[in-house]
Design a protein around this ligand. Structure first.
Ligand code: SF4
Length: 352
């Protein structure tokens, strides 16, 4: 592995023995490795051509993957991994993507551009000459069409420097091909959504335990997308804290107030911790097991009674008699209410 030294303000790339081939420094590539099968195959194909690789693994607040396959892969091949978290800059794109959303709230075009721009910065420090991705032509209806792939690399300032080995024979020649750094004969012509060629190839080059393709990104989940859209109709911005809350509990809209009702002990503990840390109001049934309900409104308390009735609805308490509910208002004031559970018809209309 090589590393960057700064001497008297001058950046120098130091080269170690594993970066050298026949006395010459190995050409190096930076692989975008999500951990899905396509990117694992792309990394392996390029590494097998004698190209030195580092990998970059991006995570967003909407990632569902556990990154285990990335960890296994880099450990097995002894590769350096750079982990990059896309935080608020990514959230701003989700709210207002210049190229629009995909089928749900996924801004795939702009997400890829952002990732590639970050990867371009990493090329300087790693000494990588080009970037490798596991993208497959037409695997996704919009962002992986040929024109989209070329537009994305142009916007990221990486024209000709992105090699997509799985579909390389179907795409314009790239700089690493022109320079003869990689063997063009070994690039593939995979296209479309059928994944049989990739599964077949994985068997041949002995890649096992890869995650299923449906995992990945919450922004493509219709239920979550609906929740996020509803949030943006009431609140123009999106913060990491908002996303954290959007991912847990059952959500209800009462006028302009939103409440979040925990679904299990873990969520209850998280909601309680937020309420305490941020001095927010929350409710709990007094004599029965049940949810913690976070009340996301600091000033107004108009909907406390309705929130209490929803809390009872999801508790173990009887649903046809008044039940005592404790409401802790902004961690200072305690209020007890005796309420009957809200009925099922009404709850459907309130649920986000
Ligand atoms: S599915 Fe999600 S992580 Fe993947 S490119 Fe689209 S927005 Fe980005």
């Amino acid at each position: 592995m090589s590393s960057l030294l700064i001497l008297n303000g001058v950046a120098m790339l130091t080269v170690r023995s594993e970066d050298v081939c026949d006395g010459k420094p190995k050409v190096k590539a930076l692989v975008l490795l999500s951990g899905g099968l396509d990117s694992l195959l792309a990394a392996k194909l390029i590494s097998d051509q004698g190209i030195g690789i580092d990998v970059v693994n991006f995570a967003t607040p909407f990632c569902l993957c556990d990154h285990c396959s990335v960890d296994r892969f880099v450990k097995e091949l002894d590769i350096k991994v750079h982990r990059v978290y896309l935080g608020q800059d990514f959230l701003d794109i989700v709210v207002n993507p210049p190229h629009g959303h995909g089928s749900q709230m996924n801004p795939c075009m702009d997400c890829r551009i952002l990732m590639l721009k970050k990867a371009k910065e990493l090329m300087k420090t790693t000494g990588a000459e080009f970037i490798v991705t596991g993208e497959v032509l037409n695997e996704r209806p919009f962002s992986q069409r040929k024109e989209a792939l070329l537009h994305i690399e142009k916007d990221a300032g990486l024209e000709g420097r992105i090699l997509r080995p799985l579909s390389g024979n179907l795409l314009p020649e790239t700089i690493p091909e022109k320079k003869g750094w990689i063997d063009k004969q070994k690039l593939l012509s995979i296209e479309g959504r059928r994944r049989l060629p990739q599964i077949d190839l994985a068997r041949k080059i002995d890649i096992k335990n890869y995650p299923c393709p449906s995992g990945g990104c919450l922004l493509t989940d219709p239920r979550f997308a609906q929740r996020l859209k509803e949030h943006l109709q009431h609140d123009k911005g999106l913060t990491l804290q908002d996303v954290f809350l959007l991912k847990i509990g059952r959500h209800f809209r009462l006028g302009e107030t939103k409440i979040i009702v925990g679904r299990n002990e873990e969520e209850n503990n998280r909601l309680l911790a937020i309420a305490k840390n941020r001095e927010m109001s929350y409710l709990e049934a007094v004599d029965y097991e049940g949810p913690v309900t976070l009340y996301l409104e600091k000033e107004k308390t108009d909907f406390l009674e309705k929130s209490a009735a929803i809390t009872v609805r999801y508790s173990d308490a009887p649903k046809d008699i008044p039940v005592r509910v404790l409401c802790r208002i902004s961690s200072k004031e305690l209020l007890y209410m005796d309420v009957t559970a809200v009925d099922d018809k009404e709850i459907v209309n309130l649920r986000i």
